[in-house]
Write a protein that binds this ligand. Structure first.
Ligand SMILES: [Fe+2]
Length: 198
């Protein structure tokens, strides 16, 4: 029996080394027969979110953040693209509300489902730290830098670390720069997988 491209996207270990998705997220993607390209994208963003969380635990241990929610959110944020596959390779926001609904329909609680609807809308005052981190991971996985988004994260870090914003800015800039160095390998990994199931 040949292994499906989706299964390979979820399990491949090589270049780059990407952490496996949380089991409930991987099971959902298999149950929905997700496009392999989507699973590969979610692994790339999830791995970046995990790198950010590792760094935060070390550098900002007092930052109030639920790492399990961030990891699940990163692992499922684009799941609505199962229903809107054209948005895998083109622009569009219909996947956002669709993904939120899909997760809720599978019994995922709002605390874990919200990222699918909010990952593109980080620029509002009620955005949680978890939501900002998922949105940030969804940018820096491919090396994209969004100063306004990073500034919002800097404000949370400065408050948690009891330090000046410029100190938190330098700290975040350093780790984001290091993570962004892996962008080419992640982009190549994602591009190896087809946008249609099979
Ligand atoms: Fe994404």
């Amino acid at each position: 029996m040949t292994t499906s491209a989706l299964h390979r996207a979820l399990t491949e270990q090589g270049d780059p080394v990407l952490r496996p998705l949380p089991a409930p997220a991987a099971e959902l993607l298999l149950a929905c027969a997700a496009p392999p390209r989507l699973a590969a994208h979610l692994r790339a963003v999830h791995d970046v979110a995990a790198q950010l969380l590792d760094w935060l635990a070390e550098r900002y241990p007092r930052l109030a953040v639920n790492p399990v929610a961030v990891l699940f959110g990163a692992a499922t944020h684009d799941i609505g693209k199962i229903e809107h596959p054209a948005e895998l390779s083109g622009p569009g926001s219909r996947h956002e509300s669709a993904g939120h609904r899909l997760l809720l329909s599978y019994g995922v609680g709002e605390e874990f489902a919200r990222f699918a609807g909010s990952h593109a809308n980080w620029d509002h005052p009620e955005a949680s730290t978890e939501e900002l981190l998922v949105s940030l991971a969804d940018k820096i996985w491919k090396g994209a830098r969004v100063p306004d988004l990073e500034q919002l994260v800097v404000e949370r870090l400065a408050a948690a670390g009891d330090e000046q914003p410029w100190q938190a800015f330098l700290a975040l800039d350093d780790v984001v720069g290091r993570i962004a160095e892996g962008a080419d390998a992640r982009l190549a990994f994602q591009a190896r997988y087809p946008t249609v199931a099979g």
